[in-house]
Design a protein around this ligand. Structure first.
Ligand code: BG6
Ligand code: MG
Length: 214
């Protein structure tokens, strides 16, 4: 029986992908190359440093670990500037009502995000009070598709993995949920995220009662 919901942040609760894309694109452009929105899809759910490695690969750039750290910090500076202006209007459709309904139904709620900026985003959008536990990129060493972020969240919630449902918009996150032996609801277009137990376009199309039939 489902006892907890663990939410990814970017692309599930808020639409920050566009800010990540703008900041990475600016960095790539400074280095003299560009990448497409299609390539950007591959960056969803993976850590900042893994994203940088992919982008450097696309631009055929060799960088030392020190240079990479500076590049990632540069991108993050621009990203933080943008998310620092976010408002509750940027919460994705259905997300707030679903969080409220899940808690009203007695389910625990946790965050399981790769981002190291989750606190700022949750604060800016007013979502912070709706979580029992927050686990993000600051608390784990292995990034999705490794299940560490979700397993840590379930442990902190005190709920067995089998009784948790993960909400994910990225393939790496769906793989992480499966590796943790959790149920998974994919947020996005049907056709993608095929290993999720169910895929919905957004959280408008789901109620907490649906979670026991995954
Ligand atoms: C994930 C995003 O939620 O967080 C990725 O989907 C991003 O695109 C990752 O790279 C890390 O985010 P941040 O905020 O720590 O750079
Ligand atoms: Mg995501």
């Amino acid at each position: 029986m489902i006892q907890a919901c663990i939410f990814d942040l970017d692309g599930v609760l808020v639409d920050t992908a566009v800010y990540h894309y703008q900041a990475w694109k600016r960095l790539a452009n400074e280095m003299g190359f560009d990448f497409t929105e299609e390539q950007n899809e591959q960056l969803k759910g993976i850590s900042r440093m893994d994203s940088l490695d992919k982008i450097l690969g696309w631009g055929q750039q060799q960088k030392t670990p020190e240079e990479k750290a500076l590049l990632a910090a540069r991108k993050n500076g621009w990203y933080v500037e943008m998310i620092g202006k976010m408002t509750p209007a940027e919460i994705l459709p259905g997300a707030l009502d679903f969080l409220k309904a899940a808690r009203a139904a007695g389910l625990k709620t946790g965050l399981g995000s790769a981002s190291k900026n989750s606190a700022l985003i949750l604060e800016r959008t007013g979502l912070l009070p709706y979580f029992d536990v927050l686990v993000d990129g600051n608390h784990v060493t292995k990034s999705k598709p490794d299940p560490e972020v979700f397993v840590t969240c379930a442990q902190q919630l005190g709920i067995a993995n089998e009784n948790c449902v993960v909400f994910e918009d990225a393939e790496a996150g769906v793989q992480a949920a499966k590796a943790a032996h959790m149920k998974c609801v994919g947020i996005g277009s049907t056709g993608a995220l095929t290993s999720a137990n169910r895929v919905v376009p957004d959280l408008v199309h789901l109620t907490p009662q649906d979670l026991n039939n995954l």
